[in-house]
Design a protein around this ligand. Structure first.
Ligand SMILES: [Zn+2]
Length: 266
């Protein structure tokens, strides 16, 4: 069985290229990278995914990849910034966003109001990693968690006018390959414009998708399936999404791509 690293990362559009690079590097060493992506790299929504991957595979470690050491003038995490604005009473959001990104973090001891943005990013990362560690301990799973923040710079800033968000089930495939496969369905998305949300239970992704649409301003949601089972699950989820008030004119497209074509080839 192939050794595997689980990555939990922020959905940020700038993380896509980083992760693809990491997948290629690790693949050359004989390790697969299984990617989970959520707004603010929150861990609660991926507990089930992490558990079953560890129980059924050869997971050697979990790399926790939120934002870190952002250069001056470069934007930090949108989810963290939003949480701080809400905590300070500078922004209104839905109850769902408030519960996940403000109350939950404050409940874990993060003083969102008082901290600078980079302090908040670090404090949240620590709290999320502690929560994950506690969870694994309770389940009797023994896999090290490594703090591996993504530092973004000027080279990551460029993006188009229209942002999109893509949901796919967790995978070791690169995002680049899936975007290439999406082209065959008539959709040409640029990686630098595309947020990625990825977890095993689409309902769990709802709060990240809401963040991407209502806060970040993504206009199009792409639900990407690679087989009939995924397609049917996403078809149901599409109906749920369509009823969400946050959609407010944003579009939803459900696509089936050939996942075999997008496996990493060395
Ligand atoms: Zn972020």
């Amino acid at each position: 069985m192939m050794e595997e690293i689980i990555v939990i990362r922020c959905m940020d559009r700038r993380g896509g290229k980083r992760l693809d690079q990491k997948k290629k590097t690790e693949s050359a060493q004989g390790r697969a990278v299984y990617e989970l992506a959520l707004g603010g790299a929150e861990v609660e929504s991926v507990y089930d995914d992490v558990d079953s991957r560890i129980e059924n595979g050869d997971v050697v470690r979990i790399d926790y990849m939120p934002h870190g050491s952002t250069e001056p003038g470069i934007k930090g995490c949108g989810a963290v910034a939003t949480a701080q604005q809400v905590a300070r009473g500078q922004r209104e959001t839905s109850e769902r966003l408030k519960e996940r990104y403000v109350q939950r973090l404050e409940g874990m001891g993060v003083e969102l109001e008082k901290l600078s943005s980079s302090e908040a990013e670090t404090a949240i990362a620590r709290a999320e990693m502690n929560a994950l560690e506690e969870h694994l301990k309770k389940r009797g799973l023994n896999v090290p968690i490594v703090y591996s923040p993504m530092a973004f710079g000027k080279e990551d800033e460029q993006h188009g006018e229209k942002l999109a968000v893509m949901f796919r089930f967790p995978t070791t495939r690169t995002m680049e390959a899936d975007l290439e496969a999406l082209k065959k369905t008539g959709t040409s998305l640029k990686q630098e414009d595309t947020y990625l949300v990825s977890c095993g239970n689409p309902e769990r992704a709802l709060v990240s998708l809401e963040m991407a649409v209502s806060v970040i301003g993504a206009k199009d949601i792409f639900l990407v399936a690679t087989n009939d089972r995924e397609f049917n699950a996403l078809s149901k989820f599409q109906d749920t999404l369509a009823r969400e008030p946050f959609m407010n004119g944003a579009s939803i497209s459900l696509r089936k791509i050939d996942g075999n074509r997008s496996k990493i080839k060395i």
